[in-house]
Ligand binder design. Structure first.
Ligand code: SAH
Length: 220
């Protein structure tokens, strides 16, 4: 049987060295089995500190980036988070342990369904999911104290800026497609928006509209 425990311990130590120091964040990562969110063929690589493919041309985020963003979000159990780009669901699962509720939007139906199965399996009942276009946000639940975008945009989507609460902030990778972007923190105040670059990164691009997923291969 696959014993991932040594790799898991090693990863947590590496995240600490890389500057993920918040105890609650480290505990949440420690308690979230990344292998559940991985495609079967890649399970043994679950605790490598890299992004890995999950199908539909998308990736599960690198654990360091999940740690970094979760820490930068400065969460507590009163805060509600909107995440754009559910992907595997791994980031949402970590966030769910750090805040009151997570609303997460994904444009690929097949990825969203897999993520939902993982949330069920782990008993994470404070995650609400939606198949939709993240550019539009989740207006019925706005405003949000925190918005986390896990796909790169050329600029912050206006509707997401609108759905940010005054005093709240958004983390979003901003920059060119398939090149280095920057995680930017955009804080909303009474008088407007203020942004600050935090970390160079590479994310898959944010894409408009709901994806038309090709159907699964027919059964023989
Ligand atoms: N948070 C994810 C990382 C997913 S990668 C994880 O932990 O695994 C980025 C995801 O954003 C992809 O699944 C992609 O399909 C999704 N995405 C891209 N543009 C989007 C949009 N406009 N609305 C919703 N999801 C989007």
């Amino acid at each position: 049987m696959l014993d991932l425990e040594p790799a898991r311990i090693k990863l947590i130590m590496e995240l600490r060295r890389q500057g993920v120091s918040n105890r609650a964040v480290l505990t949440a990562i420690e308690r979230t089995p990344r292998e559940i969110f991985m495609p079967e063929a890649l399970r043994e690589r679950s605790y490598e500190n890299i992004a890995l493919p999950i199908g539909r041309g998308q990736t599960i985020s690198q654990p360091y980036i999940v740690g970094f963003m979760s820490q930068e979000l400065k969460l507590n159990k009163r805060i509600v988070v909107l995440e754009i780009g559910t992907g595997s669901g791994y980031q949402a699962a970590v966030l769910a342990q750090l805040c009151r509720r997570v609303y997460t939007i994904e444009r690929h139906r097949s990825l969203l369904q897999k993520a939902e199965t993982c949330f069920e399996e782990l008993g994470l009942h404070t995650i609400s999911t939606r198949l939709g276009d993240g550019y539009k946000g989740w207006p019925e639940q706005a405003p949000f104290q925190r918005i986390l975008v896990t796909a790169a945009a050329s600029e912050p989507p206006p509707l997401l800026l609108e759905q940010l609460a005054v005093g709240g902030f958004m983390l979003i990778p901003v920059g060119p497609t398939w090149d280095t972007q920057n995680i930017v923190r955009i804080t909303r105040s009474e008088s407007g928006y203020d942004s600050q670059e935090l970390l160079p990164v590479r994310f898959v691009p944010m894409v408009h509209g709901i994806a038309v997923d090709s159907p699964p291969a027919p059964q023989r």
